[in-house]
Write a protein that binds this ligand. Sequence first.
Ligand code: FES
Length: 195
Amino acid sequence: MARRSKEEVSESFHNAPSSSPEGGSASELGRRGFLAWFLGIGTVSVAGALSVPLVRFALDPLTRTSTETEWSDLGSVDDFTETEVPQKRTISIIQIDGWRKVTSDKVIYVIKGADGTLGVFTAVCPHLGCSVKWNDNNHQFKCPCHNGTFTNVGKLVSGPPPRDMDTLESKVEDGHLKVRYQSFRNLVKTKEVMA
Ligand code: FES
């Protein structure tokens, strides 16, 4: 076999396609790299687009208000004839707390006004939220935490509470007194429903 000259060997070396240790040409590797990059970007974009509604769905309960409650039936209006001493009732309410439905007992008071209308108010003190109790001896409501006192219709008499006891929305339906329980912000002069 004829031996090739040094120049021929050198020329054929330069004309040969460049190769990598893995066996692919440089241009092939470039195409593969671009394809991998393109697929990676596409995957991340699709995952990002899909994750938005999923995250919204997952967080939705956290953004819902927890103060919307059903009307509670307090019984016949004929049961509420007292105009001097507020009548205590305990109602069970259901509230939405994130992903959970929470049932809790709430104390309320009902008193009949001079005009015959029924007033309903919560026992939660508007100062720091302690439970206000009726005191027969003083004929007043008294808060045990910081001695806030209120009249029998919930008007502030003395102490640190910034406002009267909070009245609740009520109505008479088919001869029954109904109330819609809500929670209100503490430490402010005006009644604000908690969001
Ligand atoms: S919590 Fe009622 S007076 Fe402070």
